[in-house]
Write a protein that binds this ligand. Structure first.
Ligand SMILES: NC(=O)c1ccc[n+]([C@@H]2O[C@H](COP(=O)([O-])OP(=O)(O)OC[C@H]3O[C@@H](n4cnc5c(N)ncnc54)[C@H](O)[C@@H]3O)[C@@H](O)[C@H]2O)c1
Length: 307
């Protein structure tokens, strides 16, 4: 297939591009490098430095592709509270520009990067796709709920195949966000620097960590599906933050102090997914367990710090 990856120079998009190339797809990466890095785009992909805002060019860039995977978005929850208009513009409006350009260029399939955040505070665990969407406490979450609705609308209006993947907590190599707001890269870099780890809730919060290559393979697995479909992508396992830290320090071979930050309002105490629906619809399974994923992640960050 000829696959167009918007946001493919970022953390997840770069792993995804590698997985698609290995599966013999032809890949075009579009990224404005606002948050991504040219050096993360694997060799073998065609790279366009460009912006989803550019409606004029977008149609030409898209022409001839069979599917689009839309990863391009701003992702920092805290910044979204300070700059809601920017997030609405980049995450929602630019996605609608992309959908409209796809429609006009006869590209009939989209895979959209959504998030577990759409469920809000879950009513039951594990979370399944039938569970209701929850209230959103920040514009980033609202942007994912809204964009899901636009993607579904293009399915309803034009029969566009629309696969919505709700990621749980991705981690792994190539995570170079600035600022970094995610737990695992921050834990790993603190441990490697032998610095204290700031921790809320004494690390009792439970999250579903999915290794980035497993997540990337989920996109390749759904490329053959059609219609409007929603899938969770997680590991089916909830892990306490404190246990993740214990694994990382065990891998490093030494302990670091924990800086107890107490409780933080608005945090969801526990989320983890059932990905059974995706496993039933495709041959996909999460293959990399937490220990192995953390070993690879620590090795990658160690190599980065040695550069
Ligand atoms: N990382 C996570 O924990 C997580 C969890 C759930 C969902 N997601 C979603 O997955 C997607 C990828 O996340 P990520 O962690 O790889 O983020 P990232 O910031 O590393 O990658 C996003 C990429 O999109 C690019 N981009 C942003 N706006 C653009 C625009 N207007 N035009 C062209 N390129 C643009 C950035 O330069 C960046 O390379 C996002 O949609 C995010 O909301 C991420």
């Amino acid at each position: 297939m000829r696959v167009f990856v918007a946001g493919g120079a970022g953390f997840i998009g770069s792993s995804l591009t590698q997985v698609l190339l290995e599966a013999q797809h032809e890949v075009t990466v579009l990224d404005n490098l606002s948050k991504g890095f040219r050096g993360l785009v694997p060799e073998g992909a065609r790279f366009i430095e460009g912006d989803l805002r550019d409606e004029e060019q977008l149609r030409g860039w898209l022409r001839g592709h069979d599917a689009v995977i839309n990863m391009a978005a701003f992702i920092e929850v805290g910044r979204s509270v300070l700059e809601p208009v920017l997030f609405a513009e980049n995450n929602i409006v630019n996605s609608v520009r992309l959908l409209e350009a796809m429609h006009k260029s006869d590209v009939g399939k989209i895979v959209f990067s959504s998030s577990a955040t759409v469920y809000g505070t879950p009513k039951r665990l594990p979370i399944s796709e039938e569970d209701p969407l929850g209230a959103q406490s920040n514009p980033y979450g609202a942007s994912k709920v809204s964009t899901e609705a636009f993607v579904a609308t293009y399915n309803s209006l034009y029969g566009m195949d629309a696969i919505i993947l709700r990621y749980f907590n991705p981690y792994g190599p190539n995570e170079l966000h600035e600022p970094e707001t995610h737990a695992i890269p921050n834990f790993v870099t603190s441990v490697l620097a032998k610095k204290a780890i700031p921790l809320y809730w004494s690390g009792e919060q439970i999250r579903d960590f999915i290794y980035v290559d497993d997540l990337a393979r989920a996109h390749a697995a759904v490329l053959g599906l059609s219609g409007l479909q929603y899938f969770n992508v997680g590991s089916d396992t909830g892990s306490k933050m404190i246990d993740v830290i214990r694994e990382i320090t065990d891998i490093a071979g030494y302990d670091v102090p924990i800086e107890d930050l107490g409780v933080r309002a608005g945090d969801v105490p526990a989320t983890y997914a059932s990905s059974a629906k995706l496993a039933a619809a495709t041959s996909w399974r999460a293959e990399v367990g937490l220990r192995e994923g953390l070993e690879r992640t620590v090795a990658w960050f160690r190599a980065q710090s040695a550069k």
